[in-house]
Design a protein around this ligand. Structure first.
Ligand SMILES: NC(=O)c1ccc[n+]([C@@H]2O[C@H](COP(=O)([O-])OP(=O)(O)OC[C@H]3O[C@@H](n4cnc5c(N)ncnc54)[C@H](O)[C@@H]3O)[C@@H](O)[C@H]2O)c1
Length: 439
């Protein structure tokens, strides 16, 4: 099925502003990466928008352009960054502290990184209990803080000369809070902002400011931000796309690769135990039970949705799934994930799979940040608004319409993403049926 009338996509003219609450390991690795790529001292490995191709038409046609040539995306050289953080460190100092990238590389990039200083953050320690810092906005109501963030954004727009912006949360994981009456409608929410309702989180204040100004909002952390009727109402009213949540970078990425494979061969699962050791600031924040709860919820659902125990009771009805994250400072950002997977085959005979993924959290997350920013800007220019389920590919707990179950299988997610790009450009969607080759 093709889209007979191509979606009208406004051109990617001018510079694109990237607004980032939180300038820690992921953000500095992302920004340093952009600078390294611009100077030709690194390549955007892991980025679908930079290195991916997309097949068009029949396999016999030999048409597989680069994604960035197929849809009009902003270029890396067009990106202008602005950040907020509770610490005053500039991007060079923050990158050194994060300890992800080697010093010789950071020294080469010292000049542009040192020039990037974070704006004062909206912060509430009730939502991130393990952190406290001096670079915060003070005084006034939550609505006043949102106005202050909007002022920051307007000023950035003026000084940088950007023509469009996207906001992406790379701040710490907030304590798990579900929707409350204050999140029911935009009116309730705005009233709550004026009266400092304790259920409104800092991330929701940033998101409100972005959506009010018509700026797309993406959530890279597991806590709930725009997953609330009030903020979705605002996104729809202002024609702004939103997506999230929680970058699918390490262990859940592995899970969503392997679980569809087991299911494709109808191999059963009796248990999946995942544990991680990591020693960065993210690990320290997640060592606190409230923040860990946000992560636990976002990490837990993928297997259940992929394996569909209700449809396959003999295979997946009662498997035991446990996820642990252990804060272990010596390891820094070089996380280690262990998975023990107890499976069973023909006649119920048990087998085991062990995965030991020695990964680097921020190295895996940085290309996802780049892709999400560029594709959210594309979505905005294509007139798409509200939840962008086609970007599920990037998230551990993808946002989805309330009447749907989320799609977690990474291969289906990738197909969905590429078909959305084909649909935007009026190309035939690819079903992989292929009978026509044998007529
Ligand atoms: N692979 C990954 O690294 C990965 C994967 C999935 C999700 N995430 C999520 O991405 C986020 C960033 O990860 P990280 O490793 O860079 O963490 P980090 O601790 O290095 O950086 C987070 C930064 O956010 C700042 N911050 C906290 N609250 C803030 C606020 N209200 N406003 C502005 N700044 C604030 C902190 O001071 C810190 O500098 C975390 O929520 C993490 O759970 C990371």
């Amino acid at each position: 099925m093709s889209n007979p009338e191509n979606v009208r996509i406004a051109p990617a003219e001018g510079k694109l502003g990237v607004l980032i609450p939180g300038m820690g390991a992921v953000t500095t690795t992302f920004i340093a990466g952009l600078e390294a790529i611009k100077r030709g001292v690194g390549k955007p490995i892991g980025s679908l928008t930079q290195l991916g191709t997309i097949r068009l038409g029949k396999r016999t046609e030999g048409r597989s352009p680069a994604i960035k040539d197929f849809v009009p995306l902003a270029g890396i050289e067009d990106l202008e960054i602005a950040t907020w953080d509770i610490f005053e460190d500039n991007a060079y100092e923050a990158a050194v502290k994060a300890g992800v990238l080697d010093m010789p590389l950071l020294e080469q990039l010292k000049e542009p990184l040192s020039a990037l200083k974070p704006m004062k953050a909206v912060f509430d320690q009730n939502f991130v209990k393990r952190l406290n810092g001096p670079n915060v906005k003070t005084g006034g109501s939550k609505m006043d803080y949102a106005e202050a963030v909007m002022d920051d954004i307007r000023q950035f727009r003026q000084t940088s000369g950007v023509s469009r912006m996207v906001m992406i949360w790379c701040g710490s994981t907030e304590v798990y809070h579900e929707a409350q009456p204050v999140h029911a409608t935009l009116k309730d929410f705005e009233c709550g902002m004026k009266h400092n309702d304790p259920e409104i989180s800092p991330s929701q204040i940033y998101a409100y400011a972005a959506l009010k100004l018509g700026i797309p909002y993406a959530n890279g952390a597991p806590h709930l931000t725009t997953d609330m009727p009030a903020l979705l109402e605002l996104a729809r009213a202002n024609n702004v796309p939103v997506c999230g949540k929680d970058y699918k970078s390490g262990q859940t990425f592995m899970k969503t690769l392997i679980a569809p494979g087991l299911k494709s061969r109808l191999l059963g699962l009796s248990g999946w135990f995942s544990t991680n050791i990591l020693g960065n600031r993210d690990g320290e924040v997640l060592d606190e039970p409230g923040s860990f709860r946000s992560k636990e919820v976002s990490k837990s659902s993928a297997l259940e949705y992929i394996l569909q125990g209700d449809l396959y009771p003999d295979l997946y009805k009662d498997f035991y799934h446990k996820v642990r994250i252990e804060y272990y400072p010596p390891r820094g950002d070089a996380k280690e994930g262990w998975d023990n997977i107890d499976i069973f085959g023909w006649l119920g005979y048990p087998m085991q799979i062990k995965i030991n993924f020695l990964c680097r959290d921020s190295i895996l997350a940085a290309p996802l940040v780049l892709d999400i920013v560029l594709l959210m800007d594309l979505a905005q220019r294509a007139g798409m608004r509200g939840i962008q389920e086609w970007l599920s590919f990037y998230f551990k707990a993808p946002m989805h319409a309330p009447e749907l179950y989320p799609e977690h299988d990474i291969f289906i997610q990738l197909m969905k993403l590429k078909n959305t790009l084909r649909w935007m450009r009026g190309e035939d969607l690819i079903t992989h049926l292929g009978l026509e080759y044998y007529d």
